[in-house]
Design a protein around this ligand. Structure first.
Ligand SMILES: C[S@@+](CC[C@H](N)C(=O)[O-])C[C@H]1O[C@@H](n2cnc3c(N)ncnc32)[C@H](O)[C@@H]1O
Length: 205
C-alpha cells in the first residue's frame, strides 16, 4: 500500500463518484435494496443517503480498502439501521449461502479484478428470489466513444484504482446466471460520455 493507493486515489475516485450526475442515478436505483443487504464496494458511502431505511433490516458494507473505509466510516455510522464492515474483497464474501435479501453494487464491477468470481459469490449469498441491484458504467454503444474507451482504458485504470472503461456489466451479470428483470441503459446526463454510459437495474437470483 503506497500513499497514492491508500490516501490519494480513494479521495480522487470518491470525488468523481460523488458528481451530481451520478447522485441522480443513485437516487433512482438504491431504494430497490431491501431486507438484509450486502453492498459490494461500499467505498465512501455515496449510496447511504438513498437507502430506503424503512425497508432495510441490516447492512453488510463490504469494502476491502482501508483508505476507502476511512472515507466511508462516518456515513456508515450515521445510518439509522445496523451496519457493519466486511473488510474482504468481493471475490471472497464472508457470508453464508442464501443469507441476504439484496445485493447492491454501484460503480464497482468496473474495478473488481476477479469480477466473475465476485458475481458468483453475490449469487451464492442471495436467498432464492433475492435481487441484485446494480448501477454500473461500461462500454458505450457508440463506436466513436467505445474506441476512446479502449484506447484510454489502461491509463485510466492506473489512476482510478483499476477501473475499466470498457467492461460490459449487463453481459457479466447475465453470464453469472442472474435473470435481468429490469434495466435502463443510457448516458448519465452531465457525466463525461467516456465514463458515463450506465446500466441501472435489478437482476434476480
Ligand atoms: C469507483 S469506486 C465505487 C465506490 C462506491 N461503490 C460508489 O458507488 O461510490 C470502486 C470501489 O470498488 C472497490 N473494490 C476494489 N476492488 C474490490 C474488490 N476486489 N472487491 C470489492 N470491492 C472492490 C474499491 O475499494 C472502491 O470502493
Amino acid at each position: 500500500m503506497g500513499i497514492y493507493t491508500d490516501h490519494i486515489e480513494p479521495k480522487l475516485v470518491s470525488c468523481v463518484c460523488g458528481m451530481k450526475a451520478l447522485h441522480k442515478e443513485r437516487e433512482q436505483i438504491v431504494p430497490e435494496a431491501a431486507g438484509r443487504v450486502l453492498e459490494i464496494g461500499f467505498g465512501s458511502g455515496h449510496n447511504a443517503p438513498y437507502y430506503d431505511c424503512s425497508q432495510i433490516t441490516h447492512l453488510y458494507a463490504l469494502e476491502p480498502s482501508a483508505g476507502w473505509r476511512r472515507l466511508g466510516e462516518k456515513r456508515l455510522r450515521d445510518l439509522p439501521f445496523t451496519a457493519e464492515w466486511l473488510d474482504r474483497p468481493g471475490e471472497h464474501i464472508p457470508l453464508a449461502n442464501e443469507s441476504v435479501d439484496s445485493v447492491l453494487v454501484t460503480f464497482s464491477l468496473c474495478t473488481i479484478p476477479g469480477v466473475e468470481a465476485a458475481l458468483a459469490g453475490m449469487r451464492r449469498v442471495l436467498k432464492p428470489g433475492g435481487k441484485l441491484v446494480f448501477l454500473e458504467h461500461g462500454a458505450a454503444p457508440d463506436p466513436g466513444v467505445a474506441k476512446w474507451q479502449d484506447r484510454l482504458n489502461k491509463v485510466w485504470g492506473k489512476f482510478a484504482g483499476g477501473c475499466h472503461l470498457n467492461r460490459k456489466p449487463d453481459d457479466l451479470i447475465d453470464k453469472a446466471g442472474f435473470q435481468i428483470a429490469a434495466i435502463d441503459r443510457h448516458y448519465a446526463p452531465g457525466a463525461p460520455k467516456i465514463a458515463g454510459f450506465v446500466s441501472a437495474g435489478v437482476a434476480l437470483r
